[in-house]
Design a protein around this ligand. Structure first.
Ligand SMILES: Nc1ncnc2c1ncn2[C@@H]1O[C@H](COP(=O)(O)OP(=O)(O)O)[C@@H](O)[C@H]1O
Ligand SMILES: [Mg+2]
Length: 300
């Protein structure tokens, strides 16, 4: 089906976000805004309780406003406006080079924006004085390449950041780490080294590592693109479970079937702009814009 052989790029863009090894506690208060996965089928009927509406109105975890990003004279993002609601899963698709990774990286300040704003729970994270460790604790990221530390065990990889950042005691981190490893199906690999794991297992460890910081939002940048085909499914299953658990997520993916299945909304980007977005079934079946049609005709 999709023989997307253009996996040439990106290898250089895989900084690790194991949230900086500063200190800082950043008591990321658990915002219990109730899960408002609005199904969109409630079109303003008057019997919706008022409180629910308020939750929907204030439901955006992420708001991107007129975001521009240039590298030298290369204008990569040319005015992106985007929201991600609480508990929402968005899939970002589009041709290679369209700025998908750059956009994700701007959402947790792995890149400085050139202009525009990114609000996370109302806080503008593009401002000078923001605490980067705190941002990256709240927004976990998983890359195509997992960047595990080879000399550490799986459990040590998972517990490193929360312990270094003073978020959890060693004992608590180990307990939480084991819990997360079992959640990604790797309980029995706690003492293994990354070299003893398959690609799919390594990526599941990387997901557990990101979850160890208790993020409120998770970003996935082509998390399955570097995997052998037979390992894609096990990683998608972990992402699917996370989506079901109500995690707010943005997925950049080449897996169109997965995007259609898991995402609440699909965003099609090309040449640094959001060309079209909408309900996955609708967008895949009935793309309105010429560039979307053209792209989908190549990948579906
Ligand atoms: N750190 C960087 N320095 C210079 N150019 C970059 C950097 N990161 C990305 N780019 C450029 O930005 C453009 C978009 O890249 P990227 O966001 O990786 O696209 P995508 O993820 O959609 O394939 C490309 O032209 C790429 O070369
Ligand atoms: Mg990319």
């Amino acid at each position: 089906m999709n023989n997307d052989d253009e996996k040439t790029t990106d290898d250089a863009t895989t900084g690790t976000t194991t949230p900086g090894l500063g200190k800082k506690d950043a008591a990321a208060e658990a915002d219990e805004t109730g899960t408002t996965t609005e199904a969109g089928d409630e079109n303003g009927s008057t019997d919706t309780p008022f409180t629910e509406r308020v939750a929907v109105v204030h439901g955006d975890r992420v708001e991107v406003v007129d975001l521009h990003k240039s590298f030298g004279s290369n204008d990569v993002l040319k005015g992106i406006d985007l929201t991600i609601a609480n508990g929402e899963v968005i899939a970002i698709i589009g041709p290679s080079g369209s700025g998908k990774s750059t956009l994700l990286r701007c959402l947790n300040r792995l890149e400085e924006v050139t202009s525009g704003h990114v609000y996370v729970d109302g806080e503008d994270i593009t401002e000078k004085g923001v605490n980067l460790d705190s941002i990256r604790q709240r927004i976990g990221m998983v890359f195509q390449h997992f960047n595990l530390f080879p000399h550490m065990t799986v459990l040590q990889n998972v517990t490193l950041a929360p312990v270094e950042l003073g978020k959890l005691s060693r004992t608590a981190a180990n307990e939480r780490g084991r819990e997360l490893l079992s959640r990604v199906g790797l309980a029995e690999k706690a003492a293994a080294r990354p070299a003893q794991l398959s690609g799919g297992q390594k990526q599941r460890v990387a997901i557990a590592r990101a979850l160890a910081m208790d993020p409120e939002i998770m970003l996935f940048d082509e998390a399955t693109s570097a995997l052998d085909p037979e390992m894609v499914g096990e990683v998608l299953q972990v992402i699917r479970d996370l989506a079901k658990s109500g995690m707010t997520m943005a997925l950049v993916t080449h897996e169109m079937g997965f995007a259609r299945e898991v995402a609440d909304r699909v965003i099609f980007m090309a040449e640094g702009v959001v060309v079209e977005q909408g309900d996955p079934r609708e967008l895949f079946a009935n793309p309105k814009e010429h560039r979307t049609q053209d792209f989908l005709s190549k990948v579906l």
